[in-house]
Write a protein that binds this ligand. Structure first.
Ligand code: SGN
Ligand code: CA
Length: 519
């Protein structure tokens, strides 16, 4: 009898051991990931990246509690291609999505499916912008059609229905995301992409943020009056604040808020409700347009007024983005998820805030080649970490797979930077490869490919005209002087490295262009 009791107690003990082992000891629960992915939000608009005028306390907080990436680059600086690269871990020429007009093959290898198969619950909520619907690429999705709308936006559901949500898009995306988090399968780790519309053109701020930066006078970038000497493609683009940026569509001057505005989709102001319309009229009509009409500006004064208005709208739009990032951080905390959830915030590419006189992106030049990324990874990344290695958006897929303990398929072209996160990762890439395609519309930026090293940038433009550019980034950080002709030794050495990268990434169209040039 005595023996039996002991035996029974032993069984119980063994069972509890097994349970402990399964749940937490030898197999710690894999981390959740919230990947907040905005649109066109650039480094120079973020406090922790050095903009002391921008109010981004929550993005700054992620960096303070984790790490900031100081050299994160994209492989093709526009929206759809950046998203396709995020999902596939491959360059545009491999995943097939070279321009925003491409058709995304959703059936190719996507890391989100591998996460799902390994036991993660996955979701993409918000802006998607890949043409093709996500299908089974995510367990749950609720996406904006195309670029989506800032006010009272429509969403496409997983059943392929369209539903309209009343309110401001950034708030709604957070609300859908936290509802999904509430309803998810609690015993599975999750991977959630929060795809933000902000801060995409035409920069419509939430009503509570209208005028948030009206007291600020933004310093004009040093290169605002760039004359583009020695840079043909830069001289021939269509993305200047002074000419391309419109007073009505972009800066909301003298808009007829009662009627359809003359926009590409013609619906932006028509969909405002009475309260939203009244607030927009009170600000843009009674204040901004009134000021504009009284000033009767011309020439440089007009260009500089446009620049100020542009930054005010852009940063005011980002206020809601940052506030909503704060809501997601609060949600994690109040639901006991903060310790085991990685939070990533970043953008699909950089953007010009008046540098070279521009808005938009596309060029391999620094402002659009770089993209902001910060990460909070409790227990792995020490608070206040600064990461200077050259990282690429193509690296996210392998990195996230490795974090989740999933084997990284060979087809992926990026490199997991988990070692960099864990211990600084000594040896890392010396150069990054870039290739942009979309031409001529919109913005007339000629196609080009090239590489960036710590010191140099070598670029080959092609299409209507073929030519090279070379910049010494140490001497000329603003990339104003193309020194290609006068520095053939440097250019030849860099071309060899470029050839290697083109071969490594199997970029046949670039290889062909260079082969033709040799003939
Ligand atoms: C729209 C914008 C362009 C922008 C592209 C791509 N025009 O066409 O300015 O470059 O989107 O942006 S707009 O008048 O419709 O705003 S991306 O971020 O989706 O690549
Ligand atoms: Ca974008």
């Amino acid at each position: 009898m005595k023996q039996m009791v002991v035996y029974g107690a032993l069984i119980m003990l063994t069972m509890s051991c097994v349970q402990t082992t399964n749940s937490s000891k030898s197999q710690p629960r894999r981390p959740n990931v919230i990947f907040i992915f905005s649109d066109d939000h650039t480094n120079d608009a973020i406090g922790v990246y050095g903009n002391t005028l921008a109010k981004t306390p929550n993005i700054d907080r992620i960096a303070a509690e984790g790490a900031i990436f100081n050299n994160f680059f994209v492989t093709n600086s526009i929206c759809g291609p950046s998203r396709a690269t995020l999902l596939t871990g491959t360059y545009s020429h491999v995943n097939g999505f070279t321009t925003n007009g491409s058709k995304f093959d959703i059936n190719q290898l996507l890391f989100s499916r591998l996460l799902s198969q390994s036991g993660y619950e996955t979701a993409w909520i918000g802006k998607w912008h890949l043409g093709t619907l996500p299908g089974d690429a995510f367990d749950y999705w609720h996406i904006l059609p195309g670029q989506g709308h800032y006010f009272n936006p429509d969403f496409i559901t997983r059943d392929n229905d369209t539903v309209r949500h009343e309110g401001y898009v950034t708030d709604i995306i957070t609300q859908v995301a936290t509802t999904w988090l509430d309803q998810r399968t609690a015993d599975k780790p999750f991977f959630l992409v929060v795809g933000e519309k902000a801060t995409h053109r035409e920069w419509l701020p939430d009503i509570q943020d209208l005028g948030a930066y009206d007291d600020v006078e933004f310093p004009l970038p040093e290169t605002f009056y760039d004359d583009y000497q020695t840079r043909f493609a830069a001289a021939n683009q269509d993305m200047t604040v002074s000419e391309t940026m419109t007073l009505d569509n972009d800066l909301k001057v003298n808009i007829d808020f009662e009627n359809t505005r003359p926009s590409p989709d013609g619906m932006i102001y028509k969909r405002l409700n009475d309260e939203q319309r009244a607030a927009y009229k009170a600000y843009y009509q009674d204040k901004v347009s009134k000021e504009f009409n009284e000033k009767k500006l011309k020439g440089k004064a007009l260009a500089e007024w446009k620049f100020q208005r542009y930054l005010r709208d852009y940063l005011a739009t980002a206020n809601s983005l940052d506030r909503n990032i704060g809501k997601l951080l609060d949600y994690l905390e109040s639901n006991g998820l903060a310790e085991n959830t990685i939070v990533v915030y970043g953008s699909d590419q950089g953007f010009y805030l008046g540098e070279h006189g521009w808005f938009d992106k596309r060029f391999i030049y620094e402002e659009s080649l770089r993209t902001p990324f910060v990460i909070r990874y409790p227990g792995v990344v020490a608070p206040g970490t600064k990461i200077d290695q050259f990282l690429l958006n193509v690296d996210w897929a392998p990195t996230l797979l490795e974090i989740a303990g999933v084997n990284v398929p060979e087809e992926l072209q990026g490199q997991s930077f988990l070692p960099v996160l864990k211990n600084g990762g000594a040896a890392w890439r010396d150069a990054i490869y870039y290739h942009y395609y979309e031409y001529p519309e919109p913005h007339r930026v000629m196609p080009h490919f090239g590489l960036r090293t710590t010191k140099y940038k070598l670029v080959r433009f092609y299409g209507d005209k073929d030519f090279w550019e070379l910049f010494d980034l140490e001497r000329d950080p603003h990339e104003l002087e193309n020194i290609y002709e006068a520095n053939q030794d440097v250019a030849m050495a860099l071309k060899e490295r470029l050839d290697e990268l083109i071969a490594e990434y199997d970029d046949d169209s670039a290889a062909q262009i260079l082969a033709n040039e040799m003939e």
